[in-house]
Design a protein around this ligand. Sequence first.
Ligand code: C2E
Ligand code: MG
Ligand code: MG
Ligand code: MG
Length: 284
Amino acid sequence: GYAAQRGLKWHLNDGENRDADERELTLLGELDVALAQEEIFVVYQPKLALESDTIVSAEALVRWNHPTRGILSPGMFVEAAENNGRIIELTLYVLNVVLRDLVVLANSAIHISAAVNISAKLLGDSDFLGRALTMIEASGVPPSQLIFEITESAAILAPADALTSIARLRDKGVAISLDDYGTGQSSLAYLKKFQVDELKIDASFVRNVHCDGKDRILVRSTIELAHEMGIKVVGEGVEDIDCLEMLRTLKCDIVQGYLISQPLIAHRLRDFVLEHQDTYKIAV
Ligand code: C2E
Ligand code: MG
Ligand code: MG
Ligand code: MG
């Protein structure tokens, strides 16, 4: 039947999380098949630069078109992949798709950057780094068109190796972005330790920046701090125009969120960028 065909793996576990564990393991067993059968796909969320009012980049967000469960968001499988050694293959798969899509966009004279989410767990992994750099080089895409967004959710396992990785990537021209900034326990420590190009203020601080005084202080001072260090700032999760205008007032460089666009499949991203090529105007 279906389970045998997809090579599902079950394990015995008497704990109360048995069902959840089994679901996770089942998914992981299927992930290899999903990668082989191209059930994994990527959507892109545009990032709007406020000074020029143009789309300067797009963030790649992974999705799994599962044959029976429908479209799964990364929350359903990324963490499991991180904990079970599949994150390398998943990330390289996404990177490969992104490079291919950038080549297609270049054929339409679109040269925006693409951001790929990289688990902190992968940062110091020399196998990952070597394969990623080889892939980028083989694609012909200028490394300067890539941004690696590092999330704090998983701890950096080998900070010294991570430091070397970041230096190598930046040396090639790949930009480094700190994702979900402010939510981790080591945000300032990261800024002290790692040379980064961009910082993405988490949606939880951005969402109410126009109506919450405390959020405004946190966002304003984070932007000042970043700018003093030569780092660009992205506001994530921008859902309304008042929020965007406040971020503009606070000199935030880039905004991203449902107000600008939902994540789009590659050809819709192309249309979106072409539509807003000269200057971006929000339809309100
Ligand atoms: P993230 O990198 O912080 O990505 C932003 C998430 O917020 C995305 O959810 C996006 O769809 C959602 N979002 C964007 N704009 C808005 C908005 O205005 N309002 C609200 N409420 N949400 C918004 P998504 O796609 O479910 O991704 C969740 C997380 O999964 C990402 O957070 C990222 O940490 C991780 N992720 C996504 N793709 C990959 C991947 O290829 N590899 C790895 N390692 N992690 C990934
Ligand atoms: Mg991200
Ligand atoms: Mg984020
Ligand atoms: Mg996030």
